[in-house]
Design a protein around this ligand. Structure first.
Ligand code: 5GP
Ligand code: MN
Length: 334
């Protein structure tokens, strides 16, 4: 993979471009993709952003979110947008299977593929890119890419808002260890450019329906287990809860972080029965490596302190497997 700044000559004349991200995109996937979109359209390219699936309502405020095509629900439009593209940008993921039903189509595309990502262990199928696991967010890498291309004059308020949104969510509002001085310098620059940060926080964090808060209360009261001997807390959510509280995409986002607020807890797990499969989210504090943990036991991956995986077993079976897995890791969890 050649360094990202070497794409500069490719951007000099108009191209047909698609930007895509991981399925069920979060604010970083959407924010980095839309920031890249707002940069590339100013350069005169024909750009389409495709999400492999739908995305949470609380991201609909993002500038140009209404133009994002859902590969599942608008498949014809997505396929037309992919037809004959010259450049494919893959943002905030590094393994094609994370684009779900899009993966077989992306694999077959005959075009230049560009990666911008901060997850561990990238697949080696990209022509150009940046894979920086020390970056707080993919949004930050998009910001730095624009600088590396010497194009910072294009960083307008739309780009600033998208980059800030991805960074604020992926850093847990600037609290995780990935929040480097580099992050704060970038935010200072975005604020100098006129960014209104408080509106973005309200759009992301104060934008839920009542049922989501009631679901949160119900889950913490009835679905949480704490294994003090392994410094681990777990929430196991049956599919019936998702139905009962009428949850939407994105409503379970951030839930896992509540578990880490218990004194002494090093590993937090959120295990949700999504009916077709069980999804797992892991978060850790300090030196417990949840990327390796997710890879080893649950066919997943991610970052050192935040990762995810999946299971085709029932919820109960998955929980049993999780408990066996933490027993096997007892020493590392001390
Ligand atoms: P979340 O728990 O918020 O869904 O994901 C946490 C982190 O782990 C994110 O960076 C996400 O991209 C990654 N991740 C989540 N699920 C999977 C998975 O099934 N496979 C891999 N490789 N990474 C995942
Ligand atoms: Mn990210």
């Amino acid at each position: 993979m050649k360094p990202i700044e070497e794409i500069k000559p490719l951007l000099e004349n108009p191209k047909k471009v698609v930007i895509t991200m991981h399925q069920k995109p979060d604010a970083d996937a959407m924010g980095s993709s839309l920031a890249m979109y707002h940069y590339l359209i100013q350069k005169g390219h024909e750009v389409t952003v495709i999400s492999p699936t739908n995305f949470p309502d609380f991201l609909k405020w993002m500038p140009a979110a209404e133009l994002v095509i859902d590969f599942e629900s608008s498949n014809d439009k997505a396929m037309a947008a992919l037809e004959g593209i010259q450049l494919l940008f893959c943002l905030d993921f590094n393994a094609l299977y994370r684009t779900k039903n899009m993966a077989p189509f992306l694999e077959k595309l005959d075009c230049t593929k560009i990666l911008i990502d901060h997850h561990l262990e990238p697949q080696p199928s990209f022509d150009f890119g940046v894979s920086d696991t020390s970056a707080s967010s993919t949004a930050q890498l998009v910001y730095e890419t624009i600088y590396k291309l010497g194009e910072e004059k294009y960083i307008n308020l739309d780009i600033a808002a998208c980059i800030y949104a991805g960074t604020v969510t992926d850093t847990g509002s600037f609290r995780f260890s990935s929040t480097s001085a580099r992050v704060h310098r970038m935010v200072a620059d975005l604020m100098d450019r006129g960014l209104k940060h408080e509106i973005i926080h309200q759009n992301i964090y104060d934008n839920f329906l009542e049922n989501r808060l009631r679901f949160l209360g119900h889950s913490l009261l009835n679905r949480m287990e704490v294994f003090y001997e392994y410094n681990t807390a777990m929430l196991a959510i049956p599919y019936s809860d998702l139905k009962r509280f009428d949850l939407m995409t994105g409503d379970t986002e951030g839930l896992v972080n509540f578990l880490l607020s218990i004194q002494g807890i090093k590993l937090a797990a959120l295990i949700i029965d999504r009916n077709v499969e069980v999804k797992l989210s892991f978060r850790s504090k300090g030196d417990f490596d949840v990327n390796t943990f997710a890879r080893k036991y649950f066919d997943g991956g991610g970052h050192f302190n935040a990762s995810g995986g999946r299971s085709v077993d029932s919820l109960d079976k998955t929980v049993e497997r999780f408990i066996r897995a933490i027993r096997e890791n007892e020493e590392q969890l001390q």
